[in-house]
Design a protein around this ligand. Structure first.
Ligand code: ADP
Ligand code: ADP
Length: 225
């Protein structure tokens, strides 16, 4: 259900080809990192998978549904961004509940989903706070909570830990891995940090210049010259 199939996907910005016909698949429940230097197209490819970016050619499917054929609010994905993208004037609870209200879920159901996400992420005591009253790590947890309440088939992470200091980054990596084990959902994680890519992934996709340069399990890639 949460498999992702990328077939001949291309992206042009005007005449500039940012993504050059990429093909690969991610299995249901797999954790894949996309790694490569700045400007190689990681974020563009992730946004294409999310349906946030028009695909110039080729196709991307989640399960058996073509991403661009499905309305944004019905897509089975949730994205977590580097800058958290929290609403500053809403509490933690409302930040998590907001997207669900748009889906017209009942009050009790929204509350149950938010409470479950808060429990998973250890945010129970912070539900009435505002983003400015939180640390960077706590904000990133709220951003993850907002993704979890959507019950997505696929989580997409765009350099979620880049704004955190080194120590917290290591702790949050472990939290995200735990989340993956607990939920069992597909996760695609963009990072420019090779260590992060190696330590977190079932499989790594190495990008370069809008193309996939290598793809494999961490140890397979590590052994190459
Ligand atoms: P990465 O995430 O690997 O740093 P991006 O996906 O952000 O790379 O960018 C890939 C390439 O596409 C870069 O050369 C970037 O300048 C270009 N690009 C990204 N977004 C746009 C845009 N909206 N318009 C034009 N060019 C873009
Ligand atoms: P919302 O007001 O729901 O936050 P946005 O303008 O942020 O909406 O996003 C547009 C669409 O993306 C909406 O249909 C919403 O359901 C969906 N959406 C909201 N949050 C996320 C998320 N974390 N990941 C992916 N899609 C989201």
């Amino acid at each position: 259900m949460g498999s992702v199939t990328i077939a001949g996907a291309r992206k042009y910005y005007g005449a500039y080809e940012a993504i050059h016909g990429i093909d690969f698949s991610v299995a249901d429940g797999e954790f894949v990192t996309l790694v490569g230097p700045s400007g190689c197209g990681k974020s563009t490819l992730l946004r294409m998978i999310a349906g946030l970016e028009e695909i110039s050619d080729g196709e991307i499917r989640i399960g058996d549904r073509v991403v661009n054929d499905v309305a944004a609010k019905n897509r089975d994905i949730a994205m977590v961004f580097q800058n958290y993208a929290l609403y500053p004037h809403r509490t933690v609870r409302d930040n998590m509940a907001f997207a669900l209200r748009l889906r017209r879920l009942g009050k009790a159901e929204v509350k149950a989903k938010v409470d479950r996400a808060a429990e998973i992420l250890g945010l129970g005591d912070l539900l009435d706070r505002y983003p400015r009253e939180l640390s960077g790590g706590q904000r990133q947890r709220v951003a993850m909570g907002r993704a979890i309440v959507r019950d997505p088939q696929v989580f997409l992470f765009d350099e979620p830990l880049s704004n955190l200091d080194a120590k917290l980054r290591v702790a949050m990596r472990a939290e995200i891995k735990e989340l993956h084990q607990r939920l069992g959902t597909t996760m695609i994680y963009v990072t420019h940090d090779q260590v992060e890519a190696m330590t977190m992934a079932d499989r790594i996709v190495v990008m370069q210049g809008g193309r996939v340069e290598q793809i494999g399990k961490p140890l397979e890639l590590y052994d190459r010259p």
